[in-house]
Design a protein around this ligand. Structure first.
Ligand SMILES: NC(=O)c1ccc[n+]([C@@H]2O[C@H](COP(=O)([O-])OP(=O)(O)OC[C@H]3O[C@@H](n4cnc5c(N)ncnc54)[C@H](O)[C@@H]3O)[C@@H](O)[C@H]2O)c1
Length: 373
């Protein structure tokens, strides 16, 4: 069973996201059905050292079967690979392979490979097409759709990048069979986020299906991915370049989440666990900032969201970072403006607002939040 979601963005060609069990074997055939690739000869698969032994041969075979001349580049797995140095090595390799403007880049892997390969494609010969073949749940539900590509600098994450939409996305749920549990949690965090921001329908569907997701039921996982892609495509269609104040809602839970990640040392907790903690705090802070009610108690929404996160195994975090460290990290976040920390706050399902809060306000809220825990 496969689902196809069409992403339609203003000023861009529509593209399809194919989601399902075993869809990777049809990748080559599906690409030949995309008009611009009907005659394409050269395909370069970029993947990482963990994914290559698992899915590179299958991907190459699917492409070669329909006549693509396939080359591949395997980069070391892990966030440090998302660098300008690795991007430059790939550009050189592409030139040495004599790849022209008519080549196709295939990003096979998680968000690291997707962001890196997408950025490489955005700039090589002023832009060649990229196809995303996400193999982590996070990449399937979030990073492979929407066109944000980037590499990191020593000064910060994602500081150099481009908007470069993929021409096709292939999310094969079968590839998740090899995914470590911690990476599943990263995906669950983003799915929970999307459901809370999207609609009652998605949020309560999640409540009903959390158990099946945790059990990795493939059809349920495929449906959750499809729901996230439909949600994200709709948000990106309203605000392709994050300039209209809509796309920022995708950062729900991420302001405190990123601060916990950096204050406790990246990798101490999974990204999903940190985002979940950020969502709990954002729902709590919404009461003080949006509804101007006393802190201390949790709204029905905050309670329901906490229940969903618990069901997904994203329990409240016990972490070792001082309020000052967290506030400092949030103040330095690239999304803060004019000294204010920017949060997406949600007071109910699908009821959110982007607000700027002074470091003092955030300090007080964090103190109240800690006291009630
Ligand atoms: N572009 C966007 O819109 C966007 C959105 C969210 C996150 N991101 C970026 O995504 C990155 C994180 O992505 P991620 O969580 O996928 O991390 P990742 O790409 O590092 O993958 C996580 C780990 O899982 C391994 N892996 C991947 N697929 C596997 C599989 N099927 N089986 C076994 N192991 C597998 C990888 O090798 C890696 O070790 C960050 O750099 C983040 O900035 C981008």
């Amino acid at each position: 069973m496969a689902t196809k979601v069409i992403v339609s963005l203003p000023g861009e060609d529509d593209y399809a996201v194919r989601i399902g069990v075993g869809v990777m074997s049809a990748l080559g055939r599906n690409l030949r059905e995309v008009g611009r690739f009907s005659q394409t000869k050269d395909a370069l698969v970029i993947t990482d050292s963990n994914v290559a032994p698992l899915y590179l041969a299958k991907t190459r075979e699917s492409l070669a079967q329909v006549g693509f001349k396939v080359a591949d580049i395997v980069v070391p797995a892990g966030e440090p690979t998302k660098s300008i140095e690795v991007a430059a090595e790939i550009w050189s390799a592409m030139a040495q392979l004599s790849l022209g403007r008519d080549c196709l880049v295939v990003a096979l892997g998680g968000g690291v490979v997707g962001d890196l390969a997408g950025y490489v494609a955005s700039a090589y010969m002023r832009g060649v097409p990229v196809v995303q073949v996400p193999t982590t749940l996070l990449a399937m539900v979030d990073s492979s759709v929407g066109g944000k590509t980037a590499v990191n600098l020593p000064e910060g994450k994602n500081l150099v990048g481009a908007f470069h939409q993929p021409s096709f996305v292939c999310a094969d749920v079968d590839t998740l069979a090899s995914l470590p549990e911690r990476e599943w949690l990263c995906g669950f965090g983003e799915i929970a986020k999307s459901s809370a921001i999207d609609s009652d329908d998605f949020f309560f569907w999640m409540m009903d299906h959390a158990e099946a997701l945790v059990a990795h039921d493939r059809e349920t996982v495929a449906e959750a991915i499809a729901r996230c892609v439909v949600f994200k495509a709709d948000i990106v269609a309203q605000d392709k370049t994050e300039s209209a104040g809509v796309r920022e809602c995708l950062n729900y839970g991420h302001t405190l989440g990123h601060a916990i990640e950096s204050s406790t040392g990246f990798g101490t907790f999974s990204h999903g666990a940190c985002v979940a903690e950020g969502m709990r705090f954002a729902a709590f802070a919404a009461q003080g900032i949006l509804a101007d009610t006393d802190g201390g108690s949790l709204s029905d929404f905050a309670e329901a969201q906490a229940e969903l996160l618990d069901l997904l195994g994203l329990h409240a975090l016990d972490y070792d970072a001082s309020i000052e460290e967290l506030v400092a990290a949030m103040t330095h976040d690239k999304k803060s403006r004019g000294g204010e920390i920017r949060f997406v706050l949600a007071s109910d399902v699908a009821t959110w607002k982007i607000v700027g809060a002074s470091p003092d306000t955030v300090r007080d809220l964090l103190r109240e939040w800690r006291e009630r825990a």
